[in-house]
Design a protein around this ligand. Structure first.
Ligand SMILES: NC(=O)c1ccc[n+]([C@@H]2O[C@H](COP(=O)([O-])OP(=O)(O)OC[C@H]3O[C@@H](n4cnc5c(N)ncnc54)[C@H](OP(=O)(O)O)[C@@H]3O)[C@@H](O)[C@H]2O)c1
Length: 264
């Protein structure tokens, strides 16, 4: 029987992509899943699918940028499903951000969703986990957390902030019985990658990615980067090459100045 059997898991960004597929996989392993996102119809459909497959699920609408809405949703799911064992901060997004069209408002919004959205969930869960001396915090960061890539500075910055923050929590909370898992996916099929027009090497199907993520949660792993090919390339380049050489390589991926005319 899975370690996740009977565990109450609350997951943000459960209306599509990795979040929706992961919720189904966790429910299949016996977890009681609390689904959160902004699109109610998607949550309602997913919840019904899980219940039809003999799982247990509840849902609540929440924008992770809105403190009151998010706390209200977390409280509601806790009262419907019982004391929470695991939170998964998965809600997030990214989009291309050419430097010459940089808009700080759009960058702030991304940090609010990806980073502060996660911190709001952790703030809600932490007193509960500390009081019972157990619990599990999971954040879905990205392979993009390891490098500042051209055209996606804000996205990489948000994911790096998540990864390093979670690492700090992991080493702080180990003695409290609270596990912290950081998931760092490469490219995975989802609504996010459906919109991406750039090449996506080693793209994984969603089902394969969520099986790996569910295994990592079950085993209370620390940092979990995948796929291995991307992990190897990023690890090797950052360990073997000086940063200035890595940046020369990364510069080749930036849009050329001459190709911008007419796109301002
Ligand atoms: N797919 C990849 O290749 C990949 C790689 C690395 C990391 N990731 C990370 O994986 C996570 C899931 O992304 P995905 O690829 O599955 O994309 P997705 O299909 O677009 O899912 C994103 C989810 O986040 C929710 N969301 C976005 N903004 C929100 C907000 N303000 N409040 C509440 N929910 C919000 C969306 O729900 P609503 O729109 O209904 O609110 C949706 O459920 C993200 O954090 C992403 O950065 C993805």
């Amino acid at each position: 029987m899975s370690e996740l059997n009977g565990k109450v898991v609350l997951i943000s960004g459960a209306s599509s992509g990795i979040g929706a597929a992961l919720a189904k996989e966790l429910a299949r392993r016996g977890a009681l899943v609390g689904l959160m996102a902004r699109r109610s119809e998607k949550l309602e459909t997913l919840s019904a699918e899980i219940v039809d497959a003999a799982g247990r699920a509840a849902w609540a609408v929440a924008d992770v940028c809105d403190d009151d809405q998010l706390n209200g949703a977390l409280n509601q799911l806790e009262s419907e499903l019982g004391g929470v064992d695991i939170i998964i901060a998965n809600a997030g997004y990214g989009h291309p951000e050419p430097a010459h069209r940089f808009k700080h408002g759009s960058s702030i919004q991304m940090y609010d969703t990806n980073v502060l959205g996660m911190l709001r969930m952790i703030d809600w869960a932490m007193p509960r986990f500390l009081a019972k001396g157990s619990g599990h915090i999971v954040g879905v960061a990205s392979m993009a957390s390891y490098l500042g890539l051209p055209n996606t500075a804000s996205y990489c910055g948000t994911k790096a902030a998540m990864r390093v923050h979670l690492q700090g929590l992991r080493v702080s909370l180990a003695q409290e019985g609270i596990a912290v898992t950081t998931i760092c996916p490469g490219f995975v099929v989802s609504e996010l990658t459906d919109k991406n027009k750039a090449p996506m090497p080693f793209l994984w199907p969603t089902d394969r990615a969520v099986r790996l993520i569910a295994n990592a949660i079950e085993k209370r792993r620390g940092e979990v980067p995948f796929p291995w090919q991307m992990r190897f390339l990023i690890g090797a380049s950052s360990r073997l090459l000086p940063t200035s050489w890595v940046e020369i390589l990364l510069r080749q991926m930036a849009p050329k100045k001459s190709s911008r005319s007419g796109s301002e």
